[in-house]
Design a protein around this ligand. Sequence first.
Ligand code: ADP
Ligand code: MG
Length: 247
Amino acid sequence: MAVDPLIELRDVNKHFGQLHVLRDINLVVGRGEVVVVIGPSGSGKSTLCRAMNRLETVESGRITIDGQPLPEEGKALAKLRADVGMVFQSFNLFAHKTVLANVSLGPVKVRGLKKGDAERRSRELLDRVGLADQASKFPAQLSGGQQQRVAIARALAMDPKVMLFDEPTSALDPEMINEVLEVMQQLAAEGMTMVVVTHEMGFARSAANRVVFMADGRIIEDRSPDDFFTDPETDRAKDFLSKILKH
Ligand SMILES: Nc1ncnc2c1ncn2[C@@H]1O[C@H](COP(=O)(O)OP(=O)(O)O)[C@@H](O)[C@H]1O
Ligand SMILES: [Mg+2]
């Protein structure tokens, strides 16, 4: 793939107190690329994602999205958060708003769309994630898999340049995992730039252009899925894979 960088991290470092959680991180995500991030719990995967849309600040190094350094505050920061869509393990929907309102609120408030236009587009997106008939329900009336698909539609409604997924299926019952992965597969196939923290190896194998393996705050492998899964270079990765592939 020709490298057309959309996200670049250069020599990024972050501590939580004494704990060095991101160590000299260098990572480039090309436009249209799907990068899967895997690694043991506590290795810094969530912090890495959160740093990319400035939910966490970093102490040193440079992060750029589409050539622009991350803004620090105000409207520019709200726009960044719209450009860099994020889906969390714990859906994070507004409990007291309908599904349609959850999806259409951001485009009205941040992108300045008219309510009618935002709602029309939100219905299209709900249709795309298989929830056209759930628009007037409240989040608690939906299954976990449905709520996560609403969260994806909500991020997409902002027309993001990139989507970050932080263990989007980890809180789901097994029978709901696939319906969420299918939506993500579809997005990847449509050319969305994606950074996905997941232990779903089937997704990594079929949708990822690259697998990034983290341990102790460092990126220690950054390879094609085929290379990574068939021939991991480091003992850390071998050990990790042997544990998760047993399940
Ligand atoms: N807000 C925080 N304050 C202090 N320590 C944190 C905070 N967030 C994460 N950590 C610690 O930083 C390390 C990396 O966390 P995280 O990025 O969540 O890892 P992962 O997503 O790979 O499990 C862990 O040791 C975690 O306990
Ligand atoms: Mg995490």
